[in-house]
Design a protein around this ligand. Structure first.
Ligand code: NDP
Length: 277
């Protein structure tokens, strides 16, 4: 991944480009919180917003985009089909509902949110349909382990362009990351800051001091240098800026390995092999 600035992009396996830094909006309310955060992020140089039907704030995201004055084609917008809406017909309906809420003509990326057993292959067929119709410029999955991806591939006509996974220094899943890279499925980090739980790690604090950066900035830069697209969430103006201010330094290979060694296979979210929602 060639890292340039906050609007830099990486090419997906279909040639479509995704900005490698985005704003996550999980848990933001659909009112002023999401509206102000998305508008502020766009003003600050972000060009990628990650929402989902589950988050209940697609209306606010759409409104912020329209009010930003930035051209639609310059902004990358992701949404996701929720578990209870999976299956072929229901996914198509869920997509239409999301489109009514964001009030846009197309999405840049539509994801299968979780690998709901029995259903996800049918869901994927619906995503292939939406992709072929141009309604979603790229399609992908989230929370798919290697066996889910292999199973999907055995029937799919189109390989996912993205796999969005929990990813931070305490949960690297290097085998899965390598597998996705080998298939040109772009890896994307959710909860890159482990929802704040990793920010007091002593090793990360030491490394941050050395670079004159914050722990959050070190982690987000590490994501990019590992070739992983990242979508930190913040509804705080200073932290929205802090999280995009990661293009004036570079981690050494040594520090990257140092951070890699913090891995302890520890999750903050659900285990994709064992979830009950
Ligand atoms: P993050 O790891 O992005 O952490 C967000 C938390 O960290 C918030 O409490 C935020 O608080 C705080 N924070 C943000 N920046 C900083 C900073 N620089 N310094 C200190 N604290 C900071 O968690 P998320 O779970 O939100 O993950 C990011 C995005 O990933 C989501 O918003 C969502 O879009 C996506 N996601 C996808 C999932 C999936 O299943 N596909 C699951 C979970 C998330 P504050 O807002 O006050 O700054």
């Amino acid at each position: 991944m060639l890292i340039t600035n906050g609007q830099g992009k990486v090419k997906l396996n279909n040639g479509y480009e995704i900005p490698y830094l985005g704003l996550g909006v999980f848990k933001m309310n659909n009112g002023s919180e999401v509206l102000d955060s998305v508008k502020f992020a766009l003003d600050s140089g972000y060009r990628h917003i990650d929402t989902a039907a589950l988050y209940g704030n697609e209306i606010g995201v759409g409104k912020a985009i329209r009010q930003s004055g930035i051209k639609r084609e310059e902004i990358f917008i992701t949404s996701k089909v929720w578990n209870s809406e999976q299956g072929y017909e229901r996914t198509l309906m869920a997509f239409e509902k999301s489109m009514e809420k964001v009030e846009l003509d197309y999405l840049d990326l539509y994801l299968v949110h979780w690998p709901v057993k029995v259903k996800y292959k049918e869901t994927w067929k619906a995503l292939e349909y939406l992709y072929n119709k141009g309604k979603a410029k790229s399609i992908g999955v989230s929370n798919f382990m290697k066996h889910h991806l292999e199973d999907l591939e055995s029937d799919a006509n189109i390989l996912p362009m993205i796999n969005q996974m929990e990813f931070h220094p305490y949960l690297i899943q290097q085998d899965l990351l390598d597998y996705c890279n080998s298939k040109r499925i772009q890896y994307q980090a959710w909860s890159p800051l482990m929802q704040g739980a990793i920010l007091s790690d002593k090793t990360l604090i030491e490394i941050a001091k050395k670079y004159g950066k914050t722990v959050a900035q070190i982690i987000l830069r590490w994501d990019l240098q590992k070739g992983v697209v990242t979508i930190p969430k913040s509804s705080n103006k200073n932290r929205i800026i802090e999280n995009i201010n990661i293009f004036d330094f570079e981690l050494t290979e040594n520090d990257i390995s140092h951070i890699d060694r913090l891995d302890k296979n520890q999750r903050i979210g659900a285990d994709p092999n064992n979830f009950n929602f």
